[in-house]
Design a binder for this molecule. Structure first.
Ligand code: AMP
Ligand code: ZN
Ligand code: FE
Ligand code: FE
Length: 292
C-alpha cells in the first residue's frame, strides 16, 4: 500500500451516513494507511462518533469528532463541516433530530415518486445497502441497482435521483448561518467544505460568499480536496488567508460509494499536516473561552 503523504484526513464518512465502512473499520483502515488523525464527518449525524473514538483509543489514532451539514444555498451546494463539536450538546442533538425527521419524510416521498415511475422499493430494502446509517439517495441508488432497475449508481442518479430528476425531492436544510451557529454553540469549529460545489466560478462572487460566511461565524475553508484543480486550490488558499480563515483538507472518503477516492489521498499538500489539528484545537479552545 502506498504510504500517505498526509498525516491527517479531516473529511471522512462512515456507515453512520452514506459511507460503506463502519466507524471502527475506517479507524483501522486509517491506522493501516499510517495516518495520525482523522475526523469523522458524517452527513447530519454524530451517531458514528462513539464507536470511532473508542476504536481510535484502541488503535492509537486520534479521532476528531465532526459532522457535515448540508445547508441551503441558491444555485449551488454548500456543506459546512463542524469539528470538535461536543457530542453531548443537547441543542445540537435537537437540531440534528430535526434534520433526521425531515430526511425520513423525504425518503417516503421519494419512494412514492419512484412507485409512480414503476420502481417498487420498500424502506426495509434501503436499510440493507452497504451504507447502513442515515438513509439518503445513495441507498436508493444501491437498491435500484440490486433490483435491476438501473445499470449502476451513476445511472440511478442520472435517470432518477439527481437534482431535478423525476424521483428527486428537495431536502430540508438549515441556512448557513443557522448551521454555523449550532456548530459554534456546541463548541465546534465551522469549516466550509469543498468550495467548488458552491458553483461560483467568478472569484468576486465567491469572495462575497466567503466574506458573508466569515461575518456569520466561519472559521476555515477546506482548501485541499481531491476534486479541486490547482487553480481552484490557489483561489481558496488566497481567500482563506485574506479572511483569516484556517486552511483544511480531506478526502471525503465514502468507501465503495465513491470508489475513486481513498482515505488520506488526493488532497496532499504540505499544509495538511498534524499542525492543522492543533490549529483546530486552538480555535476550539478560543471558542470555548468565549462561551464560558
Ligand atoms: P442525499 O443526502 O440523500 O441528498 O444524498 C447525497 C449524496 O448522494 C451525496 O453525498 C453523494 O454521495 C450522492 N450523490 C449526489 N448526487 C450524485 C450524483 N449526481 N451522482 C452520484 N452520487 C451522487
Ligand atoms: Zn456523502
Ligand atoms: Fe460534502
Ligand atoms: Fe462529505
Amino acid at each position: 500500500m502506498a504510504a500517505p503523504v498526509t498525516e491527517v484526513d479531516l473529511h471522512v464518512h462512515t456507515t453512520a451516513s452514506d459511507g460503506t465502512m463502519s466507524p471502527a473499520e475506517v479507524v483501522r483502515y486509517a491506522k493501516e494507511k499510517g495516518l495520525r488523525a482523522i475526523a469523522i464527518t458524517d452527513h447530519d449525524t454524530i451517531e458514528g462518533l462513539p464507536e470511532g473514538i473508542e476504536e481510535g483509543k484502541k488503535q492509537g489514532l486520534e479521532v476528531i469528532p465532526g459532522v457535515e451539514l448540508s445547508v441551503d444555498f441558491p444555485k449551488g451546494t454548500m456543506h459546512v463541516l463542524g469539528y470538535y463539536i461536543d457530542p453531548t450538546c443537547t441543542g445540537l442533538l435537537d437540531e440534528l433530530m430535526v434534520l433526521q425527521q425531515a430526511r425520513a419524510e423525504r425518503n417516503l416521498r421519494m419512494i412514492e415518486k419512484l412507485r409512480g415511475l414503476g420502481i417498487e422499493i420498500e424502506i426495509s430494502e434501503l436499510k440493507e445497502t452497504p451504507e447502513h446509517g442515515q438513509i439518503g439517495r445513495p441507498h436508493f441508488a444501491h437498491t435500484m441497482v440490486k433490483k435491476g432497475y438501473v445499470q449502476n449508481i451513476q445511472d440511478a442518479f442520472d435517470r432518477y435521483l439527481g437534482k431535478g430528476g423525476p424521483a428527486y425531492v428537495e431536502k430540508f436544510r438549515f441556512s448557513p448561518e443557522e448551521a454555523m451557529r449550532f456548530i459554534n454553540k456546541a463548541g465546534g469549529v465551522a469549516v466550509l467544505a469543498h468550495p467548488f460545489t458552491l458553483n461560483r466560478p467568478q472569484q468576486k462572487d465567491l469572495e462575497d460568499v466567503i466574506a458573508k460566511l466569515k461575518a456569520q461565524g466561519l472559521d476555515g475553508i477546506e482548501t485541499y480536496y481531491p476534486e479541486h484543480s490547482e487553480g481552484q486550490t490557489k483561489i481558496y488558499r488566497h481567500l482563506a488567508k485574506k479572511y483569516g480563515l484556517l486552511l483544511t483538507g480531506g478526502s471525503d472518503f465514502h468507501g465503495l460509494t465513491k470508489d475513486k477516492v481513498d482515505l488520506g489521498e488526493g488532497y496532499e499538500d504540505r499544509e495538511v499536516s498534524y499542525k492543522l489539528v492543533e490549529e483546530l484545537q486552538a480555535k476550539r479552545e478560543a471558542r470555548l473561552r468565549g462561551l464560558s
